[in-house]
Design a protein around this ligand. Sequence first.
Ligand code: XLS
Ligand code: NI
Ligand code: NI
Length: 441
Amino acid sequence: MKRQPKEFFAGIRKIQYEGPHSKNPLAFKHYNPDELVDGKPLRDHLRFSVTYWHTIRGQLADMFGAGTAVRPWEDGTNSLEMAKTRVRVAFEFMEKLGVPFYAFHDRDVAPEAGGLRETNRNLDAIAKLLKEEQQRTGVKLLWGTACLFVHPRFVHGAATSCNADVFAYAGAQVKKAIEVTHALNGEGYVFWGGREGYSTLLNTDLKREMDHLGAFLHLAVDHKKAIGFKGQFYIEPKPKEPTKHQYDSDAAACLNFLREYDLLKDFQLNLETNHATLAGHTMQHEMEVAIAAGALGSIDANTGDLLLGWDTDQFPTNVYLTTEIMLSILKMGGFKTGGTNFDAKVRRESFEPVDLFHAHIGGMDAFARGLKIAAAIRKDGRLAEFVKQRYSSWGSGIGAKIEAGKASLTELETYMLKKGDVAPNTSGRQEFLENLINEFI
Ligand code: XLS
Ligand code: NI
Ligand code: NI
């Protein structure tokens, strides 16, 4: 067996906070984990998480070209030995970066082998190592999930496949993935639709597929209860890619689906910026929709490229974006089981190991700034006061009566006949408010 080096990111020390004037690319300028905002350390506000699939497994291929990633520890195989080495790589990376959490798909961490029994055995072997490394470093599992989209058996979907055996396989796989997540004290478990959608309606019984997806999630909830897993279940909306249409297309569609199948009490949403924009929404829109339903759980932090129409999963560096996100997070009272999971990958052109550090440091600094700016905007109070004033007509009189559900159309008619017409409206002051936000950025 090849002798493994003790250190995989040699020459890179633990990333330190050096403050906004530092010129060191391998230091935080804004993310000081111990700094308090509203009495709570940044570490606990932001709950950063590294994704195993991009950061440890991403080969930086695209649809036109092979992977470019230079990862000196890789031996070119997908063996169990290689998977064990990657666990050490992952935890060295996370320790040096100083993140409290990570997230993985079952097949990111352990290779598929032969039948389900052998594959499960591989997963158990790796889970044992993950547990040891979690204990050694204190890094925790934000959420686990099952990869139900890479293998050709899932070509027509998993829970929504036309083939009942595929549904059965997916159920068995999810059972195991939930158990492993439970064993690793995961704080949550994510269901992302993967291939749960269609490419053409000509061959698709949409109603039947949705019913199957509802049934599948109920089975997962039942199993969760049976084994006593207390972590939070999340659905991650995404409108398309790889399929033309995915059943979990956006926050509103997911909420409707959960309500229709009586699952709303068992799920929250894990929202991803690039998925929001693919759905034709902003991340802020998706977050507000979820918050309104009391169902915002966690976020996949990344960003798209507005000139490219796919899920580019870039690291978030735009402070306007992170400010908007953190305004919503603070408004809902902060994360509980969720966190800021970097479902993001370095560009194909950024192929050296050190680029992984630059990317995460940039994302963490951008979110730290967004948090501090959002907290300052809230403390200032003018924005909230403006919104409050804008709706002041609902606080008394006819407005209060309507909100209390105590008005009839006849009453509204009597009221308006007496008044004659509506008093002139006030300005929405969008530009004024945009300038106000800029005061803080
Ligand atoms: C893909 C999704 C995926 C989920 C986990 O676009 O973002 O990575 O986060 O399955
Ligand atoms: Ni994601
Ligand atoms: Ni994505």
